[in-house]
Design a protein around this ligand. Structure first.
Ligand SMILES: [Fe+2]
Length: 577
């Protein structure tokens, strides 16, 4: 089967993925093409075009278009739960009962229109809606490569109505065990508190998580926000996950928390510093989120985990690397697979794999995220020539070796190689690199380009053969989705990539999937004794990751970085600039 998966149902992170006979051939986020972070309220037009092109598939050949948003029947608990819990906003409450699939119909119309633009023949190509959380679940389970019974967990803000999903995967099929529905959303509480802590939802969650280690989680008790109910939980919407008149408003903008929360905790945080009492709130929130996820996981899929030890995890909540560290540390978890595009962009992949699995296609483990566009020598030369006199460039004889020499001389390097990553993490295709034993390199990268909050950590990529020594485990970690404790002996060797709490969000690199990046790490090892680089995404603050050579050069001119390694070329700024 040839299946095009599309996402963007919730108004953010549209993306496209194409799965041909069970093989994921291409996937990319729309934001990278349109150069607008999260590409809000757009459809995945350019990313869909790219996927068709990359797979060499004509629109008329598609068997199905899969979309991660489905109609929800009134004969299931979802809409009734929503209606009951939103009693204080009767318009929403009634709407869920009387017209609860309006958003689905709107989405379907938009997908059909996009299909028409692409040249899809709807008399031949089926439109296949997949429930949002089943798409998340599929993106994790079907691409985990696990052959034994697998526990599945999905945590996000919300899909149609569901916010949290527990299931079991066996023989390629997913069985639903338990779902929670809006407004009872752990991801929603994290998002609302992210807004309260002065950041934007969708990006700010990482910042809250990065801030948490600076605070004391026991200083404030936030437990009133999420109360136990039966075997599950209920969110107190008088404080968070709030809509309508209950919302706190500031300069005409409404937030997902209430005036009551402000009365309790004080004014909303502003600015870039990690200050009191907010660091403690961040710490308490992070702890509460972890504790609830672990508790629910135990309740609903603990038995599956005890049987097989395998867990597949997706949804925006799965990008919480600290939670993932606690999961991996559990005795009865042998292996955790986190879908690298765990947020909503990954639901394009999830919808497509869900349909593929239903039709009997065999899906295998997702070993890498290099599913985006690549650019050949001519593309690079064209972009360089268009940039003209402002640049100097030369072809390198030995790219990994010469890059390693520049890194160890203390220079941060913009690094552009091969196919672009799918998902939010730069994993060595569109990255900024630094030598993690060069004192102050993290600050320099911040000053030259990233302008990140100073308390946010940078992350390491490292050689697979040294990983057990550095992080004390051989648990797979190819996607920077889990933090690990760094071995004492290594903390002083790579201080620039170790977080405040002694952990690092590592990427373990394998030669098979990234031969050139691996060779670079080997040269770093020969030069410094450490087969490690600092790796952060190739973009300026507030912009999506770079996609094309032209994007890379635009970014390069707009920052103070001195060097860009663009495929085989070493690019630097001309002297007269
Ligand atoms: Fe989602």
């Amino acid at each position: 089967m040839i299946i095009l998966g599309l996402s963007g149902a919730l108004g953010h992170d549209p993306s496209a993925a194409i799965v041909v006979d069970g093989e994921v051939v291409a996937a990319a986020e729309e934001e990278r093409f349109v150069r607008e972070k999260h590409a809000k309220n757009r459809m995945p037009v350019e990313s869909a075009r790219y996927c068709l092109r990359a797979a060499g598939v004509a629109p008329g050949q598609l068997d199905a278009v899969a979309f991660p948003y489905a109609p929800i029947s009134l004969f299931t608990p979802a809409r009734w739960h929503y209606a009951r819990r939103y009693w204080y906003a009767p318009d929403r409450s009634l709407d869920a009962l009387l017209n609860g699939n309006r958003r689905y119909r709107r989405n379907r119309a938009r997908v059909r229109a996009l299909g028409d633009d692409l040249g899809i023949d709807w008399s031949r190509t089926r439109f296949e809606p997949v429930e949002h959380h089943l798409a998340h679940a599929s993106s994790a389970y079907h691409l985990s490569g696990f052959t034994e019974k697998t526990a599945i967990m999905c945590v996000d803000g919300k899909g149609e109505y569901a916010t949290t999903f527990f299931g079991c995967g066996e023989n390629g099929r997913i069985r639903r065990i338990k779902e929670f529905f809006d407004p009872d959303s752990l991801g929603g509480v994290y998002g609302a508190m992210t807004e309260y802590l002065g950041f934007e939802m969708l990006d700010g969650e990482y910042k809250v998580m990065g801030m948490a280690p600076y605070g004391d989680p026991a200083r404030y008790d936030l437990s009133r926000l999420i109360q136990p109910r039966g075997r599950g939980f209920e969110v107190d919407t008088r404080y968070v996950n709030t809509v309508g008149l209950r919302r706190y408003k500031e300069n005409g903008v409404g937030y997902y928390f209430s005036d009551r929360l402000i009365d309790w905790l004080g004014p909303r945080r502003m600015g870039d510093v990690a200050d009191e009492p907010y660091v403690h709130y961040a710490a308490a929130l992070q702890r509460m989120f972890e504790d609830w996820c672990l508790k629910l996981m135990e309740t609903y899929v603990g038995d599956v985990l005890r049987e097989s030890g395998k867990l597949a995890f997706a949804g925006g909540g799965a990008l919480n690397v600290k939670l993932n560290q606690r999961i991996v540390d559990l005795d009865h978890v042998d292996e955790l697979f986190v879908q690298p595009a765990a947020g909503d962009s990954g639901t394009a992949l999830g919808a497509a794999t869900s349909v593929a699995a239903r039709h009997g296609d065999r899906l295998t483990r997702m070993n890498h995220v290099f599913l985006g566009p690549s650019f050949d020598d001519q593309d690079c030369r064209d972009a360089l020539e268009a940039a003209g006199h402002r640049l100097q460039w030369r072809k390198l004889e030995d790219v990994p070796r010469e890059t390693a020499l520049l890194l160890t001389a203390g220079h941060p390097i913009a690094w552009f190689q091969g196919r672009m990553e799918f998902g939010p993490r730069a994993l060595g295709a569109r990255s900024i690199l630094g030598c993690p034993s060069t004192p102050g390199i993290a600050d320099r990268i911040n000053e030259q380009i990233k302008f990140r909050e100073r308390w946010r950590p940078f992350c390491p990529s490292l050689l697979d053969r040294i990983a057990p020594e550095v992080i004390g485990t051989d648990h797979p970690a190819p996607f920077m989705t889990i933090t690990f404790d760094v071995a004492e002996a290594w903390k002083s060797r790579i201080p620039e990539v170790v977080h405040q709490d002694g952990t690092a969000r590592v990427q373990v690199v394998e030669r098979e999937y990234q031969p050139r990046y691996y060779a670079l790490l080997e040269h770093m090892e020969a030069l410094t004794g450490n087969g490690v680089v600092l790796n952060t995404s190739l973009n300026r603050r507030g912009e999506p990751m770079v996609c094309s050579p032209g994007d890379a050069l635009d970014m390069f001119f707009g920052c103070d970085l001195e060097y860009l390694v663009l495929e085989d070329y070493l690019v630097s700024k001309a002297d007269d600039e």
